[in-house]
Design a binder for this molecule. Structure first.
Ligand SMILES: Cc1cc2nc3c(=O)[nH]c(=O)nc-3n(C[C@H](O)[C@H](O)[C@H](O)COP(=O)(O)OP(=O)(O)OC[C@H]3O[C@@H](n4cnc5c(N)ncnc54)[C@H](O)[C@@H]3O)c2cc1C
Length: 360
């Protein structure tokens, strides 16, 4: 078929490499870090992304770990606002990021070449192909270089780039076993718990604060250590916490295609993690890109079709995730009271609709 260069070996870049390899492309993955792999804690893989992974032969994300206890939304006291069980909503598979990354890269065959310790500095193109760092030629480049994509910045210098959400996030993996899961919403902060496929517990937490402050596990215990069970138990069996300020990209998003260069994953549509969809959307991008490259007469047409399909879908998720974050991070007691009533009322309607669906 053709030759492609992936810039970035995050979940987006490696999935795109596997997807294009499956369609007969020769792929070179360029990663500036010295080794392949992901740090991080858990990650949710929703059914759409799991289907794409399955299509490209990635196994291990078919089935979510079962919980015997309830799931849903709670207050820090432990009072339930909404139970997930009656709502008939689909639940994602929760898996450790490093494990997911490895399951994907395990599918690399001879058509995929990986170069680590290789920072991409320039990408130029003409009618016949692309040139990376003045030395590597290919038919197309996939910029999967993340939130602070240098390729996006070079293509669209007027675009403002990442904007701070107003809140920060902590994540960790605990050796404690949980039987219930879901999110707990307190004033201006949230805590979530889920069981990973390997039986360990993934937790995450958010808090309103200015960007750039430091944070560690001690800070997490100070903030959430007196919330309801199993949060104290989960934190007590955690060794370390990751800390990231939360950013997303301003709307409207820039086009995901510029000639022979495609933007994919966070480079194209970094979103706040409130729906747990960022990496899943990158995986779905990879599936769409491979499909269009297989059916279009040439790469430029394929990338134009890819942008037309993926940009509207990603725009909705960026917007929706941002809205959920605003509601979840409310700090005014009156607004929180009104929100909780609305959440409860909305869930009652959804529960009724789910019951009707089950009967019908
Ligand atoms: C707290 C938190 C929780 C989240 N939870 C979930 C979740 O549960 N489910 C979900 O689907 N998503 C989740 N996300 C979102 C998800 O992490 C991202 O959407 C996803 O990791 C993006 O993958 P990517 O491959 O596009 O970018 P990245 O993972 O950022 O990878 C970019 C890669 O490009 C490399 N790179 C950058 N510049 C260059 C260069 N110039 N040359 C060479 N290499 C370069 C980087 O080193 C990096 O390896 C979460 C995000 C956060 C912050």
């Amino acid at each position: 078929m053709g030759t492609a260069i992936m810039v970035g070996a995050g979940i987006g870049g490696v999935t795109a490499a596997v997807a294009l390899q499956r369609c007969g492309w020769e792929v070179t993955v360029l990663e500036r870090a010295d080794a392949l792999g992901e740090v991080g804690a858990g990650i949710s893989v929703w059914p759409g992304a799991a289907a794409v992974l399955a299509e490209f032969g990635v196994k291990g994300v078919e089935q979510a770990a079962a919980l015997s206890g309830p799931m849903g939304l709670r207050k820090p006291s432990g009072r339930w606002l909404v139970g997930a069980a009656d709502l008939g909503v689909e639940l994602p598979v929760m898996i450790h990021r490093a494990q997911l990354h490895e399951l994907i890269t395990d599918q690399f065959g001879p058509a995929v070449t990986v170069r680590t310790g290789y920072p991409v500095e320039t990408v130029t193109q003409d009618e016949t192909g692309v040139l990376v760092n003045g030395e590597l030629r290919a038919d197309l480049v996939v910029a999967a270089d993340g939130l602070r994509s240098a390729i996006r910045a070079a293509l669209y210098p007027q675009y403002a780039g990442p904007q701070y959400s107003g809140y920060t996030a902590y994540r960790g993996v605990s050796e404690a076993q949980v039987e219930s899961g879901g999110e707990t919403w307190g004033p201006a902060q949230r805590f979530g718990v889920a069981r990973l496929v390997d039986g360990r517990t993934y937790w995450y937490a958010t808090a309103n604060q200015p960007a750039g402050q430091s944070g560690d596990l001690a800070e997490v215990i100070r903030r959430y250590g007196d919330w309801h069970d199993p949060i104290p138990t989960v934190l007590a069996a955690t060794e370390t916490a990751l800390h990231n300020d939360i950013y997303d990209l301003p709307l409207p998003l820039v086009p995901f295609a510029a000639g022979r260069i495609a933007l994919l994953g966070d480079a194209a549509h970094a979103m706040t993690p409130n729906m747990g969809r960022g990496a899943c959307t990158a995986i779905e991008d990879a599936g769409a890109l491979a499909r269009h490259l297989s059916s279009a007469p040439d790469p430029v047409t394929a990338l134009t079709r890819y942008d037309a399909e993926r940009r509207p879908a990603a725009t909705k998720l960026v917007k929706r995730s941002r809205q959920i974050g605003r509601v979840g991070q409310l700090d005014n007691p009156l607004a929180i009271g009104a929100r909780d009533v609305l959440v409860w009322a909305g869930s009652s309607v959804a529960r009724g609709a789910a019951a009707l669906r089950r009967k019908g």
